[in-house]
Design a protein around this ligand. Structure first.
Ligand code: C2E
Ligand code: MG
Ligand code: MG
Length: 466
């Protein structure tokens, strides 16, 4: 009465033909899944047995740790350093040359490394584009010599041109420390020079641990601080050079921590830029500013235009324009009261994007200011390509002008040039009467600095200026 399982299935498929296709599909998917799982297990297995990293052929991380322990305990009379390094902007290499190009760069680096270390020294790829090396050394020059030679060889010898490395060094002083902690320390040192275009290496220093702990503490508290309203927008007045009256203001954030009291932006802005929290904080500050401008308008007062800082991290988001417009629409404020401060560093990432975005924002009706001009990468020949309304000169210009005739020539000529390009000029960090009087001999339009006023709470600003 009943046939074999196969005959049963055949009969079933004959009776219900539409099941044939689904059945086949399930079988094919199952086979593919099985093959993928087997391949992955094979790869893991090879890695385990040989102890090698499948991309670079260097020993894998577990093997490296084992060997580091052994090397240190075997020859404790020697000095060892654990160096961690990665490729600057490796993501760009991957984007430009694809995964294969990226992998071949990593292999190239591994090849140079192997050629450079001697037989008692060790190298591994830690993860992604991060490598670790254990070298023995007699003095610091030997370590920096190693770093420089490796950097040179990689610059000249690796396929995806212009590969630059960033190093962190931990000189192994506490031999009982776990290798993981040693690598962490080299990592702290490496992170301390990340983003620095001049210095490419750093030695671990105990103070870095304090900094990391402080930063961890800030990171643990930042969101709850924002929710609890501990961040507050302050306003610093900007004065006209001619009549020495307030004409506008800049919004600057302040953090009132219940325990640490007032924490200055210098302690957290850079961290918030690294962990992206700055995008939330920026919007929070903008909203406080827009709220007070709305209040002034509703009360029939003429609002002071306020400039708000747009972090470079925020500016890089391709959605920045929509984001600003969304917040503006919430408050319905005429754009003439808002100036956007953008720093020079945005020009370094993607110049064309920066030019286009500034132009679009400017065309929408925002005033655009270049903040801290002269503090970093200022390139004069770029100024005529940017839709800038305002140039904010970094306080260093003024310090130089106060100290030397040559400094005066530089600031004078930059102010004149900016005026020829139809920009308004603001000098930041003006602290003395002499500086004010000097600026009155130039074409500078506005002054912002402690000489007139420090940044103050919105309540104090209203008391003082309305
Ligand atoms: P910035 O935008 O260039 O702001 C000017 C800084 O100079 C402020 O420092 C201000 O207090 C300080 N300053 C003003 N007048 C004088 C003076 O006469 N002498 C001296 N020595 N300093 C003066 P602050 O408030 O500590 O802010 C530092 C930086 O943090 C700001 O530089 C800005 O880059 C960033 N920042 C502050 N608030 C925000 C914010 O809401 N969003 C973003 N993205 N960045 C912010
Ligand atoms: Mg600013
Ligand atoms: Mg500034």
């Amino acid at each position: 009465m009943f046939g074999t399982g196969i005959t049963d299935m055949k009969t079933f498929l004959d009776v219900y033909p539409h099941f044939q296709f689904r059945f086949l599909l399930v079988v094919v998917l199952f086979v593919i899944f099985f093959i993928v799982v087997m391949k992955l297990r094979e790869k893991e297995y090879i890695k385990m047995v040989t102890g090698k990293d499948s991309v670079t052929g260097l020993m894998n991380w577990e093997k490296f740790k084992e060997n580091v322990r052994e090397a240190i305990s075997k020859s404790s009379e020697k000095n060892y350093a654990l160096i961690q390094f990665d490729v600057d902007k490796f993501k760009v290499i991957n984007d430009m040359y694809g995964i294969d190009g990226g992998n071949s760069t990593l292999r190239g680096i591994a090849g140079e490394l192997v050629g450079l270390i001697d037989k008692n020294e060790l190298a591994t790829r830690f993860y992604a584009d991060v490598f670790c090396v254990l070298i023995s050394y007699k003095n610091d020059d030997e370590i920096t010599g190693f770093i420089n030679t490796l950097s040179e060889r990689i610059k000249n010898g690796v396929a995806a041109g212009n590969v630059s490395l960033i190093f962190g060094i931990y000189k192994i002083e506490e031999e009982n420390l776990s290798v993981d902690l040693m690598v962490d320390r080299a990592g702290f040192a490496r992170n301390s020079v990340k983003g620095n275009s001049v210095i490419r290496y750093s030695f671990f220093d105990g103070r870095m641990l304090d900094k990391v702990l402080k930063e961890k503490n800030i990171e643990n508290n930042m969101q709850s601080a924002l929710d609890a309203g501990e961040f507050e927008a302050y306003l610093q007045p900007q004065y006209s050079v001619k009549n020495e009256r307030i004409v506008s203001a800049e919004a600057l954030v302040r953090w009132h921590d219940p325990i640490r009291k007032l924490i200055p932006p210098g302690e957290y802005i850079e961290l918030f830029e690294r962990n992206n929290f700055i995008t939330k904080l920026d919007v929070y500050v903008w909203k406080q500013v827009f709220k007070i401008i709305t209040k002034w308008i509703e009360q029939g007062r003429e609002p002071y235009p306020v400039s708000i800082n747009v972090s470079p991290v925020h500016f890089r988001n391709r959605t920045i324009i929509d984001e600003i417009i969304d917040v503006i629409n919430e408050y319905n404020i005429p754009l003439k009261y808002i100036e956007l401060e953008i720093t020079e560093s945005v020009l370094l990432d993607d110049l064309q994007y920066a030019i286009d975005t500034m132009e679009e924002l400017h065309n929408l009706g925002f005033r655009i200011a270049m903040d801290d001009f002269g503090s970093g990468y200022s390139s004069l020949n770029i100024l005529n390509k940017l839709s800038l309304d305002v140039l904010k000169l970094d306080k260093e210009f003024l310090n130089d002008a106060s100290n030397s005739e040559k400094g005066k020539i530089v600031i004078n000529d930059i102010i004149t040039m900016a005026k020829h390009l139809n920009m308004e000029v603001i000098c930041e960090g003006v602290e003395t009467r002499e500086q004010v009087e000097y600026l009155q001999t130039t074409e500078c339009d506005k002054i912002q600095g402690y000489y007139y006023a420090k940044p103050m709470s919105l309540i104090n600003f209203e008391k003082e200026y309305y």
